[in-house]
Design a protein around this ligand. Structure first.
Ligand code: 13P
Length: 252
């Protein structure tokens, strides 16, 4: 059985003080009421070291939202996978549609990032998902397959065990337009089937496949009830303790 996970992606929100408050609040809420699933928060780089000191890592995993495609050196403004790891973070999000679209991250660049993250002992939340045009043209399966083949399907089965998949239909991100539970389940089952083809059923069954895109406390129970949906990657609703906790509680 795949591990159930609710992960937050803060994106470019919260200054340092606000981020510390949010992390403290979540830590307290989950100390008082233990979650029934893995919980991860992925924060901007500048929050990582401080948040790492605040949270109980037995309950809350910490992740970055990106890392560099180079190991070290003269790359002004970049943050390496090794630096991320040294803050106490355990995860990194790679392949988010916002990075693919706004920062021109290609499958080849993402492959480099994947390699470096794994070499530095980070687990990867690897995002895939189709645009509205691709969904209308019924190309979603081909799109997610190509995204996996382009950046992670070269890994060994042993390496692939450090990958969490996040299916995030681009048309559902920040739009309030959630995929229906049936729509999400259909493509999650397809994603698991291609992982099984590549790595075998046992690895596929152990792979956590999260749904992302306007997931909130009100729709999480229906989504998480589906057999191939192992949790969520949450944007907007991860920015308030009560909203995020409401989604975590969907596993109760
Ligand atoms: P929203 O939950 O704000 O739609 O964002 C989803 C997302 O992109 C998480 O990575």
């Amino acid at each position: 059985m795949a591990k159930k996970i609710v992960a937050g992606n803060w994106k470019m929100n919260k200054n340092l003080q606000e981020g510390i408050e949010l992390a403290k609040g979540l830590n307290e809420a989950l100390a008082a009421d233990k979650p029934n699933c893995g919980v991860v928060i992925c924060t901007p780089f500048i929050h990582l070291a401080k948040v790492s000191e605040i949270i109980n890592h037995d309950v809350i995993g910490l992740g970055a939202e990106n890392c560099a495609d180079k190991a070290s050196g003269a790359y002004t403004g970049e943050v390496s996978a090794e630096m991320v790891k040294s803050t106490g973070a355990e995860y990194v999000i790679l392949g988010h549609s916002e990075r693919r679209e706004y920062y021109n991250e290609t499958p080849e660049i993402l492959k480099e990032k994947v390699e470096l993250a794994l070499a530095n002992g980070l687990k990867i939340i690897f995002c895939i998902g189709e645009s509205l045009e691709q969904r209308k043209a019924n190309e979603q399966n081909a799109v997610v397959k190509a995204e996996l083949e382009g950046s992670v399907f070269h890994l060994s089965a042993e390496q692939f065990k450090n990958i969490v998949i996040a299916y995030e239909p681009i048309w559902a991100i920040g739009t309030g337009m959630t995929a229906t539970a049936d729509q999400a389940e259909e493509i999650h089952a397809y994603i698991r089937s291609i992982i099984a083809e590549k790595y075998g059923q046992a690895v596929a069954d152990e792979t956590s496949i999260l749904y992302g895109g306007s997931c909130k406390a009100s729709n999480a129970p229906e989504l998480f009830a589906k057999p191939d949906i192992d949790g969520g990657l949450i944007g907007g609703a991860s920015l308030k303790v009560a909203d995020f906790k409401g989604i975590i509680d969907a596993w109760k």
